[in-house]
Design a protein around this ligand. Structure first.
Ligand code: SF4
Length: 513
């Protein structure tokens, strides 16, 4: 726990309400290929109203669904879709949830001004993450067809993954065709059109645009957008690009050149990795560790970049070599400075069977100790920033305290263990990998798991997201009900059911196929 961050939270967020997060107003992830949005990457995305954006491009961000969540936050109610943050805060260790990291990038004045704004207001974004399409040359184990064309190829070639017992494994049944309602090249995509119409206004106010994918550098839509960015100087804007840094050299060259060519305040590069060597190559199918590291060094040395951030998706397998990976990042920091690279630890929740929590206790205790011991050595290392230390501590606490990652996922560990084995057996066969050879530390446990091959096969699905979390966070609802208190929904029955559900029912993407 960091006192500085906790003090900041109490002063700037909790003084408005204990469930307040400025990202709900000032930040958005826009999945323009799909036509979906969320306020940060943690809640499930929900659809954007196709009709509204024709006349009001800011409706890409200011959806009814988000406005209801803002109302909840102003009133001190915890929206269920932000469960990642509530789970961390409920650990009882004054742990720092993402709502602090994602809010403190805005000025105290901008945050305070939200308190008095009507919850129905449209708000101009300050930071935005945009994905134009799902083009990607990687097919990481925890990703799926909605975000990777290489994943889609796997399903097209081999059919749906089979024999699962938990619902969060259902992403592996999908071909992800829902993610391309306007075709691979996004021809006449009204979400992209609305974003480009909004850009001249948006670019003058935005602090940061972060482009993600898929793999942006492999997408012609991304390069088209960079041409638009070059035409409109934005001296206050920071551009950030998420890249897997595993694309051919000519694209890395082009990316490096772009960091020098655009007229903006700052350029940041984000990349992803969380394990070392062969472990990383197993988890992130397509990655070759020495190539990724070489390109990371090229970006640092040759790019005109302010900082380089390595996003870590903390899944169960990465815990085996997470400390070796952080040692490697510390080696780069020692050479290039504390923010080249930074590490950013995000704890995986979906699919739940890959969660670091869904390991048997004996293995979890060993891996937890390894991480704990590493942090004991490094907790005073000046090369680690305050938020990096807080995130490592949060992971240590999370493994210790939290039993199940997400309240609505199945809580029987045996079901997750079953799906773990079932998934990796099929992944090995399709991707020419070998779990046991890669993770001999897990061999005995892995071999002891039995897959139920009598589970009937399922057909390939489109992968449409059909469940949206628009209620109050469940533990609070349960507590209130048990005390006879009214829940947020009881108190807000005057808001129409349509509005409370968000606007996805009015969006019929199939019409546009
Ligand atoms: S998940 Fe957390 S950081 Fe994201 S919008 Fe919700 S409260 Fe903010």
């Amino acid at each position: 726990m960091s006192n500085e961050l906790a003090d900041w939270r109490d002063k700037h967020l909790n003084s408005i309400s204990n469930s307040f997060c400025a990202a709900k107003w000032y930040n958005a992830s826009l999945h323009l290929g799909h036509g979906y949005t969320n306020s940060c990457h943690l809640p499930l995305p929900h659809p954007i109203d196709l009709e509204e954006i024709k006349t009001n491009p800011s409706a890409l961000h200011n959806t009814d669904h988000k406005k209801i969540a803002r109302k909840m936050m102003l009133e001190g109610t915890r929206p269920a879709e932000c469960s990642y943050c509530w789970k961390v805060e409920d650990m009882g260790r004054n742990s720092i949830a993402d709502r602090i990291y994602k809010s403190r990038i805005y000025s105290p004045e901008d945050i305070a001004s939200l308190k008095d704004r009507p919850w129905t207001d449209d708000v101009l974004l300050k930071t935005v993450e945009v994905s134009f399409d799902r083009t990607c040359n990687f097919a990481c184990s925890y990703c799926n067809t909605g975000y990777s064309t290489t994943w889609a190829q796997d399903i097209e070639d081999n059919g749906a993954y089979q024999k699962f017992k938990t619902s969060s494994a259902g992403a592996y049944y999908a071909d992800g065709s829902w993610a391309e309602p306007f075709g691979k090249y996004n021809k006449d995509n009204p979400y992209v059109d609305a974003f480009l119409r909004w850009w001249p206004e948006l670019s003058q106010e935005l602090q940061e645009v972060r482009i993600t994918g898929g793999e942006p550098s492999a997408s012609h839509n991304f390069w088209k957008f960079m041409e638009v960015v070059k035409e409109i100087p934005s001296p206050n804007l920071r551009i950030a690009i998420n890249s897997n840094l595993g694309v051919p050299d000519k694209l890395i060259d082009k990316l490096i050149k772009t960091t020098h060519d655009v007229d903006v305040k700052e350029f940041d590069i984000y990349t992803s990795n969380e394990a070392y060597g062969a472990h990383a190559e197993y988890i992130r199918d397509g990655l070759i560790y020495p190539v990724w590291r070489k390109n990371l060094v090229r970006i640092i040395e040759e790019g005109n970049v302010n900082q380089v951030i390595c996003m870590m998706t903390i899944n169960s397998l990465c815990l085996v070599s997470i400390t070796e990976f952080m040692d490697d990042m510390l080696e780069l920091k020692a050479k290039y400075g504390w923010n080249k690279p930074l590490i950013d630890l995000n704890i995986l929740r979906w699919p739940a069977f890959m969660s670091p929590l869904n390991l048997p206790d004996d293995i979890k205790i060993k891996l937890h100790k390894k991480l704990f011991d590493w942090f004991e050595i490094h907790k005073n290392n000046d090369l680690l920033a305050i938020h990096e230390k807080a995130q490592i501590q949060r992971l240590i606490d999370y493994i210790e305290v939290v039993d199940q990652g997400h309240v609505k996922t199945e809580d029987k560990k045996e079901l997750h263990y079953h799906d773990f084995k079932s998934f990796y057996e099929q992944y090995d066969e399709r991707r020419n990998k070998n779990f046991v050879e890669t993770f001999p530390e897990l061999k005995d446990w892995y071999d002891s798991l039995q897959v139920d091959y009598t589970i009937p096969d399922v057909s390939v699905t489109t992968g449409h997201i059909t469940h949206f979390e628009n209620e109050e966070y469940e533990p609070d609802v349960e507590r209130k009900k048990s005390c006879g208190e009214k829940t947020w929904n009881d108190l807000n029955s005057n808001i129409s059911t349509e509005l409370k559900k968000g606007n996805w029912k009015r969006v019929d993407l199939k019409r546009k196929l």
